[in-house]
Write a protein that binds this ligand. Structure first.
Ligand code: ATP
Ligand code: MG
Length: 364
């Protein structure tokens, strides 16, 4: 998958700008606050319909404007696509694919695949399980639309069940709950099954990539916690059992304490839990490893690499890992931002100054 052209209009600090990208390494260079991250954010929006930085479309529109537009021209294995996204300050975004308006974000997913990595992604290793669930969900939603729809259904059922758990009439509660539990377990099992498969697949790639990045010093393992089952039906039975076992607890607390909305993945290096005991550098490298493993997962399952967006990551790595990373991504369309770039790899440089892309240089 390749981006041919990105055009933005009234987007963040850009007025009207259009950039053509090459198929390999594209380096966006600029001082702080010039618009480097804004550009990657605009691209990632076209992949999942959400910004990695804000949930408010209003923030994405240039101050004092009423709407912004992003246009992305891409080439895929099966031909070209055009994505147009209109963002407004006072209404929901509108999206067109090949000039045809879509009704739901679900229709956008899978049109254009991208992986976004910034120093902030350290939270993937370091912070609460929610971050790791988000990581899996973003991947699976891009890759499999039915996952996205099941996740939406699951969240709706979960909301209903939680509402019900708070009702004072315990008789009504006990009569009605089994209907919701059945649905919760059904959607939940399909989500967990997809996540188990994702982690099984990522684990193999991540282990290899991590050995490469750490010069064979670290053995990285990742595992989805709490479930081992061969079929979705086995998972459903297991989940229903857990839901029943936790019923009294759920009633007391007024919310559902088991299910995919509470799950986590464990990430260890040489048997050390990285979340609790990893050094900053170990956590950073492991989060990069997971992102690169995602690339391989997409390639294996979709038949082509997604576009890789690397925001300001080089400054966080030592020289050895910087070179290894650049070497790893050299045959994948990568858009990387930095304040300067002095590496002997073929690349194209784009200079960004105050929302203007001023100069392009090919360096082979
Ligand atoms: N809605 C908006 N309208 C106009 N300008 C905005 C808007 N949102 C953000 N900006 C401005 O865009 C500028 C560039 O932001 P961006 O995050 O892209 O910088 P950057 O080049 O990545 O810098 P750094 O190297 O510090 O990460 C910032 O100065 C910010 O204030
Ligand atoms: Mg930035």
């Amino acid at each position: 998958m390749k981006i041919n052209t990105l055009s933005v209009q009234n987007y963040r600090n850009y007025t009207t700008e259009s950039v053509e990208f090459t198929n390999n390494l594209n380096v966006i260079i600029g001082q702080n606050a010039q618009g480097k991250t804004n550009l990657l954010e605009a691209i990632f929006l076209c992949a999942i319909g959400k910004s990695p930085r804000t949930n408010k479309d209003k923030d994405l529109v240039k101050w004092n404007s009423t709407f912004a537009k992003i246009t992305l021209e891409i080439s895929k294995k099966i031909g070209k696509k055009n994505i147009e996204m209109y963002l407004f300050t006072n209404q929901n975004k509108a999206i067109k694919i090949d000039k045809i308006p879509i009704k739901k974000i679900g229709e956008l997913l899978g049109t254009f695949n991208a992986i976004y990595f910034s120093p902030d992604e350290l939270k993937l290793i370091k912070e609460s399980p929610e971050e790791r669930r988000r990581f899996m969900d973003i991947d699976l939603c891009q890759f499999d639309k039915s996952y996205y729809y099941n996740l939406n259904h699951y969240n709706k059922v979960l909301m209903q069940r939680n509402k019900l758990l708070k009702t004072p009439d315990k008789n009504v509660l006990r009569d009605t709950l089994p209907i919701w539990d059945e649905q919760l377990a059904s959607y939940g099992a399909s989500l967990i099954m997809a996540r188990l498969k994702l982690i099984e697949n990522l684990k193999i790639h991540a282990n290899k990539i991590h050995k490469y990045l750490t010069s064979d010093n670290e053995n990285l393992e990742i595992s989805y916690q709490g479930y081992t089952a061969n079929t979705e039906n086995e998972l459903k039975i297991l989940l229903l059992k857990k839901i029943e076992e936790n019923l009294e607890k759920d009633i007391n607390l007024g919310y559902t304490t088991v299910g995919p909305h509470r799950d986590d993945i464990k990430i260890t290096a040489n048997n050390i839990d990285l979340r609790s005991f990893g050094s900053q550098g170990q956590q950073r490298t492991a989060s990069l490893t997971l992102k690169l493993a995602e690339l391989e997962f997409f390639r294996e399952n979709l038949g082509e690499y997604p576009v890789l967006l690397l925001d300001d990551v080089l400054s966080e790595l030592d020289e050895n890992r910087q070179n290894k990373l650049l070497n790893f991504v050299k045959s994948i369309q990568t858009i990387i931002t930095c304040t300067d770039f002095d590496f002997h790899v073929p690349h194209t440089k784009y200079f960004v100054l105050n929302g203007k892309i001023t100069k392009i240089e090919n360096c082979n």
